[in-house]
Design a protein around this ligand. Structure first.
Ligand code: NAD
Ligand code: DAU
Length: 352
């Protein structure tokens, strides 16, 4: 079996669902259930003995050591993190606790467990750390895309905490020999995406007749990857990645934020036209920019493509259409995640 952390969040839940959709290898899913963790994300696994959910913190050493001893996983896949840049600007402390201290504790528990394994299992064990392209900092319009050799220059409390965790993972390999793998992926989108992030926020606000907030001029560029393609890349790295190596993952889909929002509006105009016949674009508003906003991210995924033969299955056009359709088909999911805490965040963050 494998131990997945953060498997109640956006990417982790997609990963667990995809994993059990293609394999009978059980998953122990450890998640603290912060505001971003949602057990409804894996409701379809209720009663499935291959999925064991444990509510808890990756920073709880005794809990993690107990889980490792009891379930004897062959791998750990670490998704657990505080993940939202804007929240890290309002309050960085949780990001340091989970992304830095939590990853440290998880690495230590993994090291103790791995050190005591019999030789064959020790050889086969993997610790896969899921990270982000944001650790590389920002690009100008003409800079080449990030490679695994790009200097790490994080600019937000979130990306700095992720870069710190990446460094810890690297050091646990270099110093202790722990067989680690690190993946640095670009922006994900798809089903189960929490609506504090741009794409689900825009879909949900558009349908509710609310403003579609664009930070600054909206010409910032992100490189988008459909979440199921990120999951397939992680499965491939876990299967064939070389211990100690880092793999960049991306979909070759650089888009401006304003372009993304207009694409979503056009899809909604087609799939769920407004009652008054006006275009959804009329709801776009420009708001104050994010402090320290990175201008452009772009991933060079050449290494994983060449060495592991991974390719994304979706283009941006197919992936974004599936995503918009998923939100149209799951109004109950969208309603359920917009709790009081979510509404408080929106009111605080977009005030004024
Ligand atoms: P998310 O915020 O949707 O989910 C994070 C999950 O981790 C939640 O279920 C939360 O409850 C859980 N969690 C938080 N703190 C925890 C702790 N201390 N112990 C146990 N569980 C805890 O995030 P996501 O978008 O699914 O991202 C998952 C991972 O992928 C993160 O490490 C993130 O940095 C990375 N990543 C995300 C993207 C993206 O576009 N979303 C892109 C590249 C990399
Ligand atoms: O690049 C990978 C990263 O992508 C992940 O590591 C992060 O966990 C993930 O949250 C995401 O970070 P971003 O900051 O790029 O994603 P977000 O959806 O918050 O914002 C995308 C872009 O849209 C960014 O340039 C900010 C802008 N934006 C965002 C929001 C929420 C707006 O213009 N308006 C908004 O209301």
């Amino acid at each position: 079996m494998i131990l997945v952390t953060g498997g109640a969040g956006f990417i982790g839940a997609n990963f667990v669902l995809d994993w059990l959709g293609q394999s009978d290898e059980p998953v122990v899913n450890l998640d603290k259930l912060t505001y971003a963790g949602n057990p409804h994300n894996f409701a379809s696994l209720a009663g499935d003995a291959r999925h064991v959910f444990v509510q808890g913190d990756i920073g709880d050493a005794a809990l993690v050591e107990g889980l490792l001893a009891r379930h004897a996983p062959r791998a750990i896949v670490n998704f657990a993190a505080e993940s939202h840049v804007d929240r890290s600007i309002h309050g960085p402390e949780d990001f340091i606790q989970t992304n830095v201290v939590g990853t440290f504790r998880l690495l230590e528990a993994a090291r103790h467990y791995w050190s005591a394994l019999p030789a064959t299992q020790k050889e086969a064990f993997r610790f896969l750390h899921v990270s982000t392209d944001e650790v590389y900092g920002t690009l100008s319009p003409t800079d080449p895309a990030f490679t695994e050799e790009t200097t790490v220059e994080p600019n937000s409390p979130y990306s700095a905490s992720k870069a710190a965790s990446d460094h810890l993972v690297r050091a646990w390999h270099h110093t202790y020999g722990l067989p680690v793998l690190t993946t640095n992926c670009s922006n994900n989108y798809g089903p189960l995406h929490f609506p504090e992030k741009l794409i689900p926020l825009v879909i949900i606000n558009a349908l509710a007749g609310k403003d579609l907030p664009i930070y600054g001029d909206g010409l910032q560029v992100r490189d988008w990857l459909y979440v199921k393609d990120h999951c397939s890349a992680i499965r491939r790295v876990l299967q064939a990645g070389r211990p100690g190596e880092t793999y960049n993952i991306g979909g070759h889909n650089e888009k401006t934020n304003i372009g993304i929002v207009k694409t979503i509006c056009a899809l909604l105009d087609e799939l769920r036209p407004r009652a008054d016949g006006r275009p959804y674009e009329s709801q776009i508003t420009h708001v104050k920019d994010r402090p320290g906003h990175d201008r452009r991210y772009a991933i060079d995924a050449g290494k994983i493509e060449r060495e592991l033969g991974w390719r994304p299955a979706e283009t941006f056009e197919t992936g974004i259409r599936k995503t918009v359709q998923w939100y149209l088909d799951h109004p109950e999911w969208a309603a359920q995640v917009q709790s009081g805490a979510y509404r408080e965040w929106v009111a605080k963050h977009y005030a004024g």
